[in-house]
Structures are given as C-alpha cells and as structure tokens.
Design a protein around this ligand. Structure first.
Ligand code: DON
Length: 575
C-alpha cells in the first residue's frame, strides 16, 4: 500500500475544483459558440433559405431539395410563414419581391395593398380636422385590399415549376399539426392580447395566456389554404374566403367590398437599379421608397469614401445620418404610388443631385432637420413585416419582404378563415404633414385616394458584383428598413464582414424627423460624446432593436453564407 494517502478533505476540495473548472470551461465554450453564431453564418454549397422561422426556412429548403426553383420555394416559405409567424407572415397583407434569375434577368413584383374604393382623404379625421387616434391602425377601417395571394399566383404563373397545390400543401400540414410557440412569440402574443380583444369578438389567440413550448393549431387557416389549393387565386378574391373577409369586416364597420377584391391585381415593375462602386444594386421601386432611398443614401456617401472611417465610429455615424436626414426629407415630399404621381426617379438617384444635397454638410456640427427640406427638382420626367432571402441550386435569387404593417396588422382576425388583416392604411398620410406610426411624414403624393397604393419603406434588394449574384438582403422595421439595408451593404462592401457578422452588428437610424439618431441598445457608446459635442440628439434605449435582416452572401469560393438575424427566431438553412 502506498504511504502517500490523500486526505478526504483534500479529495473533496479536488472534486469541487475539477467540477467548477469543468463548468467554467463548458460556459466559456457555450459563450464562444454563441459569439461564433453572431459572427459565422450557416455555410451551404448551393442553396439556401433564410427566414423568420425555422419551420418556414425548412419547408422552402425541402422544395429546393426536390428540384424546385427559388420561386417555388418562395411560395412554400411564404405560406408557411402565415402559419408559423402570424406576427407579419400573411395572406391578409401585401409585399414586394425583387428577383434575379440564373440568366441575369432582373425584375420586381408589387403586391402592395391598395386603399379601398370607398376610402377618402379625410377618413381618419374628426370634425375639427384632427387625426382620430387608432382609426388607421386598429380595427376594420385600417385594412387595405390585400395583395399577397395575387402576388404569389402572379409569380407562380411566370416562374413556378411545381404545381401550386404541391407548394401550398406543407403550409396546410403545418397549420393542421400546429406550430410550437417560441419565447419571443409567446411574449408578443400575450402583449398584444388586449388589442386582439378590442378588434375581435373571438380569436384562437384569446384562448389562453401563451407560454414557450405551447402548440398552436390553425384548423380554420388550413381549410382556407385547402380552398385556395382547390380553387386557385379566385378563391381569395371572388370566392368563399373573399366573402368571409368582406362580411366580417362589414360587421366590424369596415369599408372593403367584393368589388375591391375583384379589382385587385399584382403589378410587375422595373426595379431601381444603380451602381455603388463596383457593385450593381437592384431594389424595389415605388410604391416602395426602399430602393430609391437606398440609392440616394449610398450615392450621397460614395464621394466620401466612408470605408476609411472605422465601423460605427463617430464619423461613420455622422456621415450616414446626414445622408439619411436629407434622403428622408425627399422621401416625404416626392414619393407615393407611381400610378398616382410622377416621381423624378432618375434625378433622385443621380450622383450629381445627391452630391448637391450633401453640399451643406459640415463635419464640425450637425445640420438641423428644421433647416432641411426636400430638394429642388423640376418634375419633368415621365415617368410588423418579414423578410426572407432564397438562392437555389440553379442560381436564381429572390428577395421578399411581406407585411401586415403593424404587429398582427389591424388585429382583425377573419372569423372562420383564420388569418390577420393588415393595417396598411396607416402608411398613407392620414393628414399630410402629420407623422404615421413610424413617425414618417407624408405629403400630397401619399394622401388617401381610392385604389392608391400606400408608400412603403420595404427594401428587398439584390446586389451583383462582376455581373454575378453577390448578396440577397432585406429587413422588416418600418422606416428603419432602408437604413438597415444600407448598413448591411456597407458592412459587407466597405468593411469586409461576412453575412452573419454584418447582420449581427449593432445598427442606428436617422429619418430627418424626428431630428435624432436612434441607436440599438447594443450599440457601443464610445462615439457618443463626439456626436453630442457636434449637436446631434442621440436616442438609445427606446428601440432595443432596429430591423431584422435575413440575408445571403455568395462567398469567393461560390458557397453561400446565410445571415439570420439573432434579434428574432430567424434561421438560415442550406445544402
Ligand atoms: O411598408 C412599410 O414600409 C411598412 N408597412 C412596414 C412595416 C414594418 O416593417 C413593420 N415591421 N416591423
């Protein structure tokens, strides 16, 4: 027997020490893994879907795996989001798609909501001409004519390779089998409960207080999808589903009619195309302000070589905020539905115009928004949301942003049909000059008129480099969508970030009015004293997150890197 004996107390101390060391190492590894997740995205050889929910991403990827193209996958993903992400995934709302085919053909589809025929300029004002709070955001009067189903069928008719009935089936199954509620989803559903009660007599969301791990089944929605599967597009616009929608809205005091539904059409539009350095950027034209505003912001900063300033440093924030201030002032004045307005798109995105707009920018002090108005252009040219990105094995890419506008839209949940309707009417100017729910000011170009499409900030975007697909990007976030997309393009193009690192990086935002720079809570405050010293008003803490970007980057070796926003439950999947 050895003469060396370890005392019991020493043995005990050793066990405690080893256990603690093990736990510390495990924690360190978990922290490192979490950090890695913020920096390194999912890498795939040839196909990828990044969306707000894992169920929807996987359903889209299955379509790709079975030989479907990006447009097929888009339809399946979109419909799956209606089930898994009712916060903004929708058939009762609208959206935009920007695409680039493997042959390099580009285009965009507008299935934005429209104001109903019975809408009129002052419909949200009282007898004194003041805005009646909530009328354009909550309940039946807030609802615009939905466009999503028209958009999906339109895209399918041109680019789909699989039968629509096959593409809608996974969403039917998901609705019948149910979706497991995440923590973020449970918190949100409980937070909005009082609004669901105000807008409806009953909905499944009022059944109970939700907690993480609960399963929600959507039998009414499954039946609606089955009817659409069997009867096609007309089921929604002229069939039983349309009738259910109109009758329910009528009961709640709405103005949407069967005629509104019958008249709705999705529109193919020429995308906004412009160059930033060696990159060609393709984005959404009006009625979205997204593409034109991204073009203007990037054209404004291009002469300054913004990449020379450290990322998120005072100078970087200052330059971008000053460009944004001027561009959002233009947005408020010039932009609206192109079917109702002449918009000077070519002038607005020209390098010369934006250089001129920046000519009074001074590094020493903030420009005041009260001193900034829209630019001087003679109009002579005739001319809570969710984003997902898909690239298929053939090299087709789609960039899709859909919205109900606010979280769960108008909160009106069509009784018996199982889906939310939008509150997109708030994106029109209830009263020109007054801010909407995103603080955005609209002018005459965006005033309420029957059948007008409301101005949007949604910015589904595709970037090319050397004539090849480079990046697919977009975001929800109302007015902050545009600036989130700009920052992600700059993160990759100017700062060499990978897709996930770019998506995870803290963001900021300026929109002319209110005159302040809004920062995410995670934003490093190092730059703040310098910015304050120059007269900038800084806001932090009111908006914990800005945007929720789901994007795909083509890496130098041709592989794809997904960036799924850690601000949500978003997920990149690929093969
Ligand atoms: O079209 C628009 O600009 C808005 N309706 C988007 C709303 C939105 O992004 C809400 N999401 N957080």
């Amino acid at each position: 027997m050895s003469s060396f004996r370890i005392s019991r107390s020493y043995q005990f101390t050793l066990v405690i020490f080893m256990t603690s060391l093990f736990l510390v190492l495990v924690q360190c590894r978990e922290k490192r893994e979490q950090k890695d997740l913020l920096i390194r995205g999912v890498i795939a050889d040839s196909a990828m879907v990044v969306s707000a929910r894992v169920e929807a991403s996987r359903i889209g990827l299955d379509v790709l795996r079975n030989g479907g193209n990006a447009f097929d996958a888009m339809i399946a993903t979109d419909l799956a989001l209606v089930v898994a992400y009712p916060f903004s995934g929708n058939i009762g709302g609208g959206g935009f798609t920007v695409f680039r085919t493997h042959k390099g053909e580009i285009g965009s589809v507008d299935y934005r909501e429209k104001a109903p025929l019975a809408a009129h300029r002052d419909m949200y004002l009282d007898e004194n001409g003041e805005i009646i709070p909530g009328l354009s955001t909550l309940g039946a009067l807030a609802v615009g004519v939905p466009g999503t189903i028209a958009g999906l069928f339109e895209i399918h008719s041109r680019f789909g390779t699989k039968p629509f009935s096959e593409l809608i089936q996974p969403a039917i199954d998901l609705a019948n089998n149910g979706v497991v509620v995440t923590k973020k989803q449970a918190d949100r559903l409980n937070r909005y409960r009082k609004y669901f009660e105000q807008a409806n007599e009953r909905t499944i969301f009022l059944d109970r207080e939700w907690k993480e791990g609960d399963t929600i089944r959507y039998p009414d929605l499954a039946k609606t999808f089955e009817r659409i599967r069997d009867n096609g597009r007309e089921e929604f616009y002229q069939g039983e589903t349309g009738l259910m929608m109109v009758e329910y809205l009528k009961k709640l005091g709405g103005i949407l009619t069967l005629e509104d539904l019958a008249k709705y059409e999705a529109v193919w539009r020429e995308p906004i195309v412009f160059e930033y350095k060696d990159y060609r950027i393709i984005s959404m034209p009006p009625p979205s302000s997204g593409g034109i505003c991204v073009a203007q912001i990037l054209k404004s900063v291009e002469p300054y070589e913004i990449g020379q300033y450290p990322h998120n440093s005072a100078r970087y924030v200052q330059l971008l905020a000053e460009a944004e201030r001027r561009v959002y002032a233009d947005r408020a004045y010039f932009l609206g539905d192109p079917d109702f307005n002449v918009i000077p798109l070519d002038s607005l995105k020209s390098a010369g115009y934006n250089r001129h707009r920046m000519s009074d920018f001074n590094w020493d002090r903030a420009t005041l928004s009260s001193d900034v108005s829209h630019g001087d252009i003679q109009i002579i040219e005739s001319d809570q949301t969710t984003h997902y990105s898909i690239v298929d094995t053939y090299g087709n890419a789609v960039s899709v942003t859909n919205t109900l506008n606010g979280a769960y839209g108008s909160k009106v949940y069509v009784d018996g049909a199982g889906f939310f309707l939008n509150n997109e009417m708030d994106d029109l100017s209830s009263k020109p000059g007054e801010p909407n729910m995103f603080g955005l000011i609209g002018a005459e170009a965006n005033s309420i008129e029957p059948e007008k499409r409301m101005l949007s900030s949604m910015t589904p975007t595709i970037v090319e480099k050397d004539d090849q697909l480079f990046m697919v990007v977009g975001s929800p976030g109302g007015s902050t969508i545009i600036t989130s997309v700009v920052q992600n393009i700059l993160n990759v193009v100017e700062y060499g970030m990978g897709m996930q690192q770019s998506v995870s990086a803290p963001r900021f935002h300026h929109q002319w009015l209110p005159d302040q720079i809004l920062f995410e809570n995670s934003f490093d405050t190092l730059a703040f004293p310098e910015l304050r010293g120059k007269g900038y008003s800084l806001s932090k803490g009111t908006s914990p997150i800005i945007g929720k970007v789901d994007a795909i980057l083509v890496l130098p070796d041709g592989k794809l890197e997904g960036g799924a926003d850690p601000r949500g439950d978003d997920k990149a999947v690929g093969f």
